[in-house]
Write a protein of this length. Structure first.
Length: 119
């Protein structure tokens, strides 16, 4: 996801129509990010993709006792989780806010889920 200078951006999953488990969050910040692009992962009921503010929902990282955002420069964060989501109709959103007034920055984010099946 590329976020222009002094901008905010949200990318969203398709609607997840089954109970699931979030297994892992992987976020890669390329060299040159210089800690300018804090990213949060949001679990939401809302299908909209806001362009001027953070999306509504539960901040996954913060709800697990961590910081609300992660940021980096030339590094990858792998966060192993076992977060069960039993409600259907959820969306997972990656939200970034570029603090750099001059340069756009990009980040790669992957959220791995698996179906809870009959649980």
């Amino acid at each position: 996801m590329t976020v222009n200078a002094s901008s905010k951006k949200t990318q969203t999953s398709k609607r997840i129509s089954f109970p699931f488990r979030i297994r892992r969050v992987r976020v890669h910040f390329p060299i040159g990010s210089e800690l300018n692009l804090p990213v949060s992962i949001i679990l939401s009921n809302d299908p909209t993709i806001p362009t001027t503010a953070a999306p509504d929902g539960v901040n996954i990282l913060q709800s697990l006792g961590g910081y609300p955002t992660i940021q980096g420069n030339d590094e990858t964060f792998d966060i192993n989780l076992d977060m069960k989501v039993r409600e259907r109709g959820k969306y997972i959103k990656v939200y970034g806010e570029n603090k750099d007034a001059t340069n756009g920055h990009y980040v790669y984010g992957i959220v791995e889920i698996e179906s809870l099946g009959g649980e």
